[in-house]
Design a protein around this ligand. Structure first.
Ligand code: F6R
Length: 605
């Protein structure tokens, strides 16, 4: 995690450009922030613990002088959030400043070597070693670019970093190794950023750096070279539009609620994705003996949904695996195996680690991701985009809906290719065609209910989300959304399992949220509701229009449009749970866009 940004400009006022971009990167981390610029041969630094706007109010970091600088928004890994550990970090003399994202695995041994050579390390971070290593090479008379290259070659781990030096007025040297980094070019400046959506509006073209590359940026020039050989590499600029557009809140109080409201449009986008792309991916899924779907968090929930549908609709031997648990000891690879990685950001380290480990094996690597040009897209042989547009809220919402819908399209196509389950495929197609208006209705009917129910839920410290069958995905996702942004402890559980332990927690007023479409699990779930009610639970149920039986035994309900293919009900039933989490967070005074301890891209394993 962490966001890095650097800018070298023909004009004064670069710290404002960096500050504005750091605000767009804040979703990557927000426990501390800092900025460094070069002015009159000196490096000026302002940094502190806290959110970017708090630090700006205190230190006016956007007013540092100069035309060249770097900035950082931090999600702490090594060293607690504090002023000392905030980036930029400097060498002994304050002549080199560095911002870093990722992990330097061998930092302890490097620290020891640097300390015994007389360097004074002031932070507890792994990142500070970079500044001191560069200092060492500069002291040996090397030019900055060579000093950074030599320093980078001593590092082990995954990282992206940017360096400035007081000896070079307008140069930024940056390196990418398994953490994202892009370069933006405008008429007046050149910048580097952890992410495309953070690039300033003036940027006209984008160069996506590859792992193992070093770039030298000045206001009028970019040079990229291979980190190991130093050989100059050709530039491949792309238009900004082709790699993603900027996002703003568009009148909503938070990105999260804006992104929930964008879901009908996302459904239309998914439907407009060219069929040829979906066909190609589906064709790769029907060939292997076995398919593993890997992901983390919300994307893992999409993997569970995709597994269920691949088996049901296309008779594919599919298995979901949490990416961080994908070890050769628990996975049986056949000579004809495929891995479908699902990741909104395309940068999740746990997922990338699996793909890198399998790259040279005889395994077909495939992906679904929302970020074109992300690391995942370079590691797989085929990927399909999610067409959800940039997602800024830390809690995934619209990209989850995009994942479910795209998986539905892929499974439908796979069924068609295999010539099986025609009725299921036709029903899925019918659902997909009306999915935008169904999701629209799910939002408009349930938003007032979510506001109301959130008032009760917000008073509690715990909640259960219970379901059977495919809606266990919905329960898991509802619980994850609630806990991550409102800090209410929530568990998603198979309803049938609740009597094997969890029910012991239930007492008067304990919130139990049930997902109850009228599928083959309906009668059993009413039984589970009754068990909870008998112990005083406060029961909230997601039901389909026209439902009477569940409504009668529930304290409150969310009402969803009825659909024919019940296996697709998670697409609709998760919507009120997203809204419930959002309004519960507001009721508890939490910031839904910036939950504590979390970041949008999890680039550490
Ligand atoms: C939850 C959430 C996380 C992510 C997880 C994987 O709302 O956003 O659980 O789903 O960190 O991220 P991606 O999908 O980028 O691989």
């Amino acid at each position: 995690m962490c966001g890095i940004f650097g800018c070298t400009s023909l004009r004064e006022g670069v710290s404002r450009v960096i500050y504005d971009s750091l605000k767009r990167l804040e979703y990557r981390g927000y426990d501390s922030v800092g900025l460094a610029t070069i002015y009159n041969g000196h490096i000026f630094i302002k940094k502190d613990q806290g959110k970017i706007e708090e630090v700006e109010r205190k230190l006016e970091i956007s007013k540092l002088p100069g035309r060249c600088g770097i900035g950082h928004t931090r999600w702490a890994t090594h060293g607690a959030p504090s002023k000392e550990n905030a980036h930029p970090l400097t060498d002994c003399e304050g002549k080199v400043a560095v911002v870093h994202n990722g992990i330097i695995e061998n930092y302890l041994e490097l620290r020891e070597e640097l300390a015994s050579a007389g360097h004074k390390l002031r932070s507890r971070t792994d990142s500070e070693v970079i500044a001191h290593l560069v200092e060492d090479f500069l002291n040996k008379g090397l030019a900055i670019e060579e000093a950074v290259r030599r320093a980078a070659l001593l590092l082990r781990g995954s990282y992206a970093f940017a360096v400035i030096s007081a000896l070079y007025n307008d140069a930024i040297i940056c390196v990418r190794m398994e953490s994202p980094l892009v370069i933006g070019v405008s008429r007046d400046f050149v910048c580097c950023s952890s992410d495309v959506p953070a690039l300033p509006p003036e940027v006209e073209s984008v160069v996506i750096m590859n792992d193992g590359e070093l770039a030298v940026l000045t206001p009028r020039a970019i040079a990229i070279e291979d980190l190991v050989s130093g050989q100059q590499l050709p530039l491949k600029p792309l238009s900004k539009e082709s790699v993603g557009s900027l996002a703003d809140r568009g009148g909503f109080a938070h990105y999260m609620v804006k992104e929930i409201h964008e879901q009908p449009q996302v459904a239309l986008n998914v439907m407009s994705a060219p069929r040829a792309f979906i066909f190609k991916l589906a064709n790769e899924l029907v060939k292997p003996d076995r398919v593993y779907l890997i992901g983390c968090g919300t994307s893992y929930h999409a993997c569970v949904f995709g597994t269920y549908l691949l088996r049901l609709m296309a008779d594919i031997d599919a298995h979901p695996v949490v990416a961080s648990e994908f070890h050769s000891s628990c996975i049986r690879m056949t000579p004809n195996t495929a891995v479908l990685a699902i990741s909104q950001s395309g940068e999740t380290a746990d997922v990338l680690q699996v793909l890198r480990a399998l790259r040279d094996k005889d395994v077909k690597l495939l992906a679904l991701t929302n970020v074109m040009g992300s690391s995942i897209t370079r590691l797989v042989s085929l990927y399909v985009g999610l067409y959800a547009g940039p997602e800024v809220g830390v809690a995934a919402t619209k990209t989850f809906i995009a994942q479910l819908l795209m998986l539905t399209r892929i499974c439908t196509e796979a069924a068609r290719i295999k010539g099986v389950n025609h009725d299921l495929a036709s029903s899925a197609e019918k659902f997909l065609r009306s999915s935008a208006s169904l999701i629209e209705k799910a939002i408009s009917v349930n938003e007032p209910r979510a506001k109301d129910i959130a008032v009760d839920i917000a008073l509690r410290d715990n909640a259960f989300f219970l379901a059977r069958g495919i809606n266990i995905v919905t329960a898991l996702e509802g619980a994850l959304k609630l806990k991550e942004i409102s800090y209410i402890h929530a568990e998603g559980y198979p309803a049938g399992e609740s009597k094997h332990g969890p029910i012991a927690l239930v007492e008067e007023g304990y919130p139990c949220i049930f997902i109850c479409p009228r599928d083959e699990t309906y009668n059993k779930i009413i039984g589970n509701i009754m068990e909870m009610k008998a112990r005083g639970a406060f029961v909230v149920s997601c039901v389909e229009e026209g439902d009477r039986d569940v409504k009668e035994v529930s304290d409150k309900t969310f009402v969803l449009p009825e659909i024919e293919l019940k296996q697709l009900t998670p697409v609709l039933h998760v919507v009120p749970l997203q809204l419930l989490a959002y309004y519960a967070a507001l009721a508890r005074g939490c910031d839904p866009d910036r939950p504590r301890n979390l970041a949008k891209s999890v680039t550490v394993t």
